[in-house]
Ligand binder design. Sequence first.
Ligand SMILES: Cc1cc2nc3c(=O)[nH]c(=O)nc-3n(C[C@H](O)[C@H](O)[C@H](O)COP(=O)(O)OP(=O)(O)OC[C@H]3O[C@@H](n4cnc5c(N)ncnc54)[C@H](O)[C@@H]3O)c2cc1C
Length: 314
Amino acid sequence: MSSAAVTPDLVIEHRAPIPTWFGVGGGADRLARPRTAAELRRCLEIDPGLRVLGDGANLLVDDDGVGDLVVSLAAPQFTRCEIDPASGVVLAGASVKLPSLINRTTDAGLAGLETLAGFPATIGGAVVMNAGGKYGEIADHLVRVWAVDRSGREHVLERSSIGFGYRASGLNDLIVTAAEFQLSPDDPGRLKSVKREVMEYKRQTQPLAENSAGCCYKNPTLAADLRLPDTEGGARQFARGQRVSAGLLIDRAGCKGMRLGSAQVSHQHGNFITADKGGKARDVILLIDRVAARVRDEFCVELQTEVVIWSRTP
Ligand SMILES: Cc1cc2nc3c(=O)[nH]c(=O)nc-3n(C[C@H](O)[C@H](O)[C@H](O)COP(=O)(O)OP(=O)(O)OC[C@H]3O[C@@H](n4cnc5c(N)ncnc54)[C@H](O)[C@@H]3O)c2cc1C
């Protein structure tokens, strides 16, 4: 149950739940839903170390929650969306849901975002981690980003200055408030079939009905050549500097199906860790460490998490 305290211009909820796609974990001691840029700045005055909550699709919150102020940008100011079919320019607030933006832009006959179908995200969360997959990433058609720094200063950052990489951006400490995309005209029917194809691929390969945060680890770049046993008794060779699938490493390390309490490595996709309904975030965190240790022991490869973990202790 959450209670609320009012500062002159801002409501702070106490002991508020943090909804995530894992469906486990604790809440926020303090949560604010600023309605304007001025209220967001007020949040930063209260706690410059505040954490931003998007759709909670890449997030795991430890069972005892977090003490820092958590900010949700769900107010209309941050869910504004303008689509200009003539120019292909799309302006989206940070909390616009990516799947809904994909539907709206494909309906409008604009190409560029349809390859990102099939996963939950807000625009802010997707831009910060450069979400995507084998068909493309969100930075591909991004033009610029509006963001606020920890001292409350607003910035407009052109794509070329942001430093996007694989599941990463140079925006880490900024609070993204909006993003602009340049899309191109295309046939809505063709775009819908691309979208269907991408979603079908995900349905076939990923445990989408389970509670998870999608891929748990980033695909690592190899520090040394690697020989991986294959299922036919042979081996596959990978070269130093090559990016290799974390799911494949987890599979070959024998971790698929591994269970720790209420958390399990998916049988369907080794890079998905799923949480039982009513389970513990701690089980997921321990399983994340155990799988990484197994891969390290087997192949001398370090896995880094893609999922963001919030806890009271660093
Ligand atoms: C079933 C499933 C499938 C998935 N498949 C994919 C996939 O194919 N590809 C992929 O890339 N991801 C995938 N994911 C993970 C997730 O969808 C993405 O990482 C998504 O971009 C997370 O966005 P979010 O809004 O939910 O961010 P959150 O999970 O809420 O937050 C993630 C991080 O971003 C930060 N953040 C959020 N909003 C802002 C903001 N406005 N400003 C600054 N920081 C912010 C948070 O503080 C946190 O550090 C999947 C997840 C699920 C559950």
